[in-house]
Design a protein around this ligand. Sequence first.
Ligand code: TYD
Length: 136
Amino acid sequence: MANSIYDCAIVPFKKIHNRAGNLTVVEGLKNLPFEVRRIYYLYDIPGGESRGGHAHKRLFQLIIAASGSFDVLLDDGENKKVVTLNRPYFGLMVVPWIWRELLEFSSGAICLVLASHKYDERDYIRDYDEFCKMIV
Ligand code: TYD
């Protein structure tokens, strides 16, 4: 059941450069190892706020700083690491059973999330102590 934070990786995407601007493509099951069934984004995040603070049982996610920057704290109950996202052509793939917190949002940051499943509150573990008990 338990996964490791080392299963969560930065995925580099191709930047299609053009003098009129850049373009990056993410295509489920092509350059991303899961089918994308849902997209959501966080924006207008007030200074000092944090998001996340939960784990998922089966959801895979790709987290992208579409604009600005923020940190993602990953925690598998044993190890923790902080990943800074600040380029729209890098995504952080987060596997199931990883506690995550998003923090240190820059002003105007946009956090784009591509998810492997539709929204299902039953997939969430929102209590950290419960998470730690469930992964042993
Ligand atoms: P939540 O996942 O807790 O936000 P975050 O992890 O960014 O802090 O979701 C916040 C609220 O939005 C919660 O009431 C559930 C709702 N929500 C949906 O209805 N659909 C979704 O796809 C998501 C991600 C959240």
